[in-house]
Design a protein around this ligand. Structure first.
Ligand SMILES: *[C@@H]1O[C@H](CO)[C@@H](O)[C@H](O)[C@H]1NC(C)=O
Ligand SMILES: [Zn+2]
Ligand SMILES: [Zn+2]
Length: 328
């Protein structure tokens, strides 16, 4: 079970690396007027023609935050959407998708809880203990999963990558406009994650004959991955802007703290990727986990992580096999 989640996380990463690999080699040109004919939006076309060296987030090799990306990080708390077609307005389809996904997961969770209760011969104590420990274990593994997912979408792929494109553009664009997320309503903020973490994986597990423990673990994992964007949003808000219960969750360490996530937002965005509780950040960063993966991917298909493009020294150190945290 734990293995299957890790395997699927790795699959996401490898699929992305595969899809980026050919394009990086194909079009090294820093100017990308070649993308103009494919634009179907008149306004976009005009913008592109006006500023000839302005890149689009759909271009191959585009990295938010590189000096020629044409997208400067605004000063102060400015909300702006940097990805075409994105909007801060909550649409009815987003509400339907999010509510049906969460209700479905709740049904799976309740059903699994009843299953565990029955297995324990309807003794409340052991059933509650098992349910609680599985939920907490899933909380920790989901944090690890959120870190790996966040690292992979920050560093690889772009808005055109199959399946993950929307999530990739949203995550990478977030570095250019970090306050935009605080203006999003709940459903607008989390709906994109309902696709990979919707009911399909738990339905498949049920169909494969998984027991109630596995289902409870998996459904908690998926719900937390969906909620990770909301936890992330809270970490960008002031204590006075979030309700008291949110501040208590953060203080308990159940959701990622403002301080920890703030440290992710320093270019080249190379650490503190986990955004559920943040409990796995220290071990992931101190072991050089992501530098090792980036080095492996580079040796395998020549694709460089975005963090390397933003920080030549980080790239040079990683290529030397020095995976330690930046000094000083
Ligand atoms: C991550 O956050 C910790 C503090 O929680 C900080 O000491 C560390 O430098 C950060 N690491 C990176 C790579 O941003
Ligand atoms: Zn990021
Ligand atoms: Zn953030």
């Amino acid at each position: 079970m734990h293995l299957s989640i890790l395997v699927s996380a790795c699959a996401v990463v490898s699929v992305q690396s595969f899809t980026v690999a050919p394009s990086v080699h194909r079009r090294p040109s820093p100017f990308s007027l070649s993308s103009a004919p494919s634009l179907n939006n008149q306004q976009e076309f005009q913008e592109t023609s006006e500023v000839t060296n302005k890149k689009s987030w759909k271009d191959d090799g585009f990295v938010f935050g590189l000096s020629d990306s044409g997208l400067q990080r605004p000063k102060g708390k400015v909300a702006m959407t940097v990805v075409d077609g994105d909007s801060l307005e909550t649409k009815p389809y987003q509400v339907v998708l999010v509510l049906s996904t969460l209700f479905g997961h709740a049904a799976f969770f309740m059903n699994a809880m009843m299953g565990i209760w029955a297995q324990q011969n309807y003794q409340l104590g052991p059933a509650a203990l098992q349910t609680t420990s599985l939920t907490l274990a899933s909380w920790v593994l989901a944090d690890l999963g959120s870190g790996i997912l966040h690292w992979s979408v920050d560093n690889y792929g772009n808005g055109r990558t199959p399946i993950m494109g929307g999530i990739i553009a949203a995550f990478q664009g977030h570095h250019s406009a970090p306050w935009t997320i605080t203006q999003r309503g709940f459903c607008n903020n989390v709906y994109k994650l309902c696709l990979p973490f919707g009911l399909a994986p738990v339905t498949l597990l049920t169909w494969l004959g998984a027991g109630p423990q596995t289902i409870l673990f998996a459904t908690t994992f998926c719900v937390l991955e969906i909620l990770s964007q909301e936890f992330h949003k809270w970490s960008h808000m002031l204590g006075s802007e979030t309700p008291g219960w949110v501040n208590r969750l953060q203080a308990l360490g159940l959701t990622v703290s403002r301080k920890t996530h703030g440290l992710h937002h320093l270019a080249p965005y190379e650490g503190n990727y986990s955004i559920i509780s943040g409990v796995t950040n220290r071990i992931l960063d101190q072991t050089g986990f992501f530098r090792r993966l980036e080095h492996l991917i580079y040796r395998w298909n020549g694709v460089e992580a975005n963090a390397w493009k933003l920080d030549a020294e980080l790239k040079e150190r990683t290529l030397r096999g020095d995976y330690s945290l930046r000094k000083g």
